[in-house]
Ligand binder design. Sequence first.
Ligand code: 5RP
Length: 229
Amino acid sequence: MTQGLTQDGAKRMAARHALEFVEDGMSLGLGTGTTSAIFIQELGERVKGGLKVRGIATSAASQKLAESLSIPITNFEETPELDLAIDGADEVGPGLALIKGGGGALLREKIVESAARKFIVIADSSKLVQKLGKFPLPVEVIQMAKPTVERRLAALGLNPKLRHHADGSKYITDENNFILDCFCGEIDDPAKTAADIRAIVGVVEHGLFLNMASFALIASDQGVAKVAR
Ligand code: 5RP
């Protein structure tokens, strides 16, 4: 990605920088993906050192990781509003419009991040784009609705493909839904695309996260840049 710094190194830099925004007593949204996993591991070290936080995870995998590091887990009954959510992204576009869900956790991610007073995106600089859409846009759908949703997404020109695991089995989300990845190319009007997808019955959620991020911490070999909306 950049001279000297690997992509993993940049992810670690962004994740570590995000820890500076975590304060004692906070309730946290814990993201999903490789960058978020680094953040959770680093947070676990701080918890071991005495930091008091509690978290709601955006996936079963992140919850398992947090629990393995003794990070206390809460839920929306106990903690209806979170102080801060920290998560990665697949693409970060102008105005901090995001594509998320490459790791399949878009539904819980959107729930958790919309319940947080502040949402910080952590990413390496390869995720910054001028226009969203090179990364396929994930759409989570009810299993029985997949054929009808697929036809409607295709009619919108969004080129959906059912997500599979590497072994050929169908990908099922934590919420027992399918994911249709839309290979739509550049998205000219993310708000319109989001509204068009949301209007399809059988769609549970889509991976366009618009007007949600407070700021992004983008790491490159120049350091970590705080990118505002
Ligand atoms: C998971 C996500 C992740 O935040 C996104 O895929 C980025 O992952 P990584 O940090 O591994 O690049 O949206 O659903």
